[in-house]
Design a binder for this molecule. Structure first.
Ligand code: MG
Ligand code: ZN
Length: 224
């Protein structure tokens, strides 16, 4: 079989990409400093569309019962569906619509924080745009990064997207109740995860039913 590999600078200027990532990194550092000054723990939630990012955030909020001490930045191309769903749990929510951008970046988070009242907030969740490719390359300044994947994405998600899982501090496998129907083996996915990122927790969940949520809360260092 013939394989063509993308090696880089033909289409876009590689210097431009380097500068962009470096600029993002320095803005992410500034964001983190700002969060630290305010004593806010920030968590970047990444994963495909439909993997359960919003439902996961809702389930954590339900369990934590922290009300207005939690703020959420919800990233999405054009809709406010997720922000509305999260608002039901009593958290302060700001929607960031990225238009055609397929990831959040540190500058968008800085702008979002400028528009939020963060006094009294202890935890900030950032729901990234549904995508397993570039969000991993754009740190936002969050203290922890969680990647959620679900068995409905098929048996090869981790092997096909090693970079984002390598960036994760916590890996969540959601919708485990559907594993059999999808003919997907959670233990194989766990093995794949351990190959890519052996030191981080791999947590199996059914977030709709609250299964696995206490383990996530513990892994993220959140106090119930
Ligand atoms: Mg969502
Ligand atoms: Zn992107």
């Amino acid at each position: 079989m013939k394989i063509i590999k993308s090696t880089g600078p033909e289409i876009f200027d590689i210097e431009l990409e380097k500068d962009l990532l470096a600029k993002n990194k320095s803005l992410a550092k500034e964001n983190k400093k700002r969060l630290d000054r305010s004593n806010i723990l920030a968590i970047d939630i990444m994963g495909s569309i439909g993997s359960g990012k919003t439902s996961l955030i809702k389930a954590i909020l339900k369990r934590l019962r922290m009300g207005g001490k939690v703020a959420v930045i919800a990233g999405d191309l054009t809709t406010t569906i997720d922000a509305q769903r999260i608002e039901e749990e009593g958290a302060r929510v700001i929607q960031v619509n990225t238009g055609k951008e397929c990831h959040l970046d540190a500058n968008l988070i800085r702008q979002a924080m400028n528009h939020m009242k963060l006094d009294g907030v202890k935890v900030l969740f950032i729901e990234n745009v549904g995508n397993l490719i570039c969000p991993g390359e754009f740190p936002l300044g969050a203290h922890k990064r969680l990647v959620v994947t679900s068995v409905t994405e098929g048996p090869y998600t981790l092997l096909k997207h090693p970079y984002i899982f390598a960036e994760a501090d916590v890996i969540v496998l959601n919708k485990i109740d559907l594993a059999q129907a999808m003919k997907v083996s959670p233990s194989q996915l766990e093995k794949d995860a351990k190959k890519i990122n052996p030191r981080v927790p791999f947590i199996k969940t059914n977030v709709i039913r609250g299964i696995g949520i206490p383990k996530i809360i513990e892994a993220l260092g959140l106090k119930p």
